[in-house]
Ligand binder design. Structure first.
Ligand code: ADP
Length: 210
């Protein structure tokens, strides 16, 4: 969020003099209260200043980067996840590559018939297999995938910050969003996807809000 010159001036006045009334701010800037109203609304909505009835405006103590950080810690994976692209373990490498192109994704989640997570297969796994001289029509993805329990996952309640951090820490492009299956130890149902694209989209949307 980029503040206008006037909004920056108001913020400075509130920082130094708060609590201060709208009337007093207007006076200091030689403007009318009505002129300032939209700016006061923006600064209040952005959380930079707070208004207390009969007291006036005061500085919230939050910087713009702090507010962005707060947002990333509030937003959950469940709010932003996208639809997962899945293939069964017996799916041939050839069919999986075709699926990757058709669905326009870089990572496929490999699941059992009941949608339970078995593994993950990515572009690099397919590139690796081309070096080996295998018959990609016969070779099942189950042979080349990264298998459970080595798959890094996310849950719907997890914060966007936490999931994005996993992408960086584990150097992967996507995480399956999973839900534990009641009564079946270690079983995870795939219900979504959190990828570098998801994280970038959030950044773009936050940029547009400003
Ligand atoms: P790319 O192949 O496009 O570089 P990644 O960096 O995501 O994509 O994948 C690199 C390796 O990590 C591959 O071997 C892949 O199977 C594995 N991988 C991808 N996603 C995950 C994940 N969520 N958890 C564990 N391993 C993963």
């Amino acid at each position: 969020m980029q503040l206008t010159e006037r909004q920056a001036a108001i913020l400075e006045i509130v920082k130094r003099n708060g609590p201060i009334t709208g009337e007093q701010i207007a006076e200091k800037l030689s403007l009318t209260r009505a002129t300032l109203r939209p700016d006061m609304a923006i600064l209040t909505m952005a959380g930079l200043i707070e208004a207390r009835p009969r007291v006036g405006y005061f500085y919230s103590g939050r910087s713009l980067s702090r507010l962005a950080a707060e947002k990333l810690h509030q937003m959950t994976v469940g709010e932003v996840k996208s639809v997962p692209t899945v293939v069964p373990e017996q799916c041939s490498v050839y069919d999986a590559v075709v699926t990757m192109f058709i669905e326009d994704v870089g990572t496929l989640f490999v699941v059992k018939e009941n949608g339970l997570l078995e593994g993950v297969v990515s572009r690099k796994d397919f590139l690796k297999i081309t070096i080996g001289g295998h018959d990609i029509h016969k070779l099942p993805v189950g042979v080349i995938m990264t298998r459970m329990p080595n798959v890094v996952t996310a849950t719907v309640d997890e914060t966007v910050w936490s999931a994005a951090r996993k992408l960086i820490t584990h150097e992967v492009d996507a995480l399956p969003v999973v839900r534990p299956v009641e009564g079946v130890k270690g079983a995870l149902e795939v219900i979504g996807r959190f990828s570098k694209t998801t994280a970038t989209r959030i950044l773009v949307e936050m940029g547009e809000e400003s």
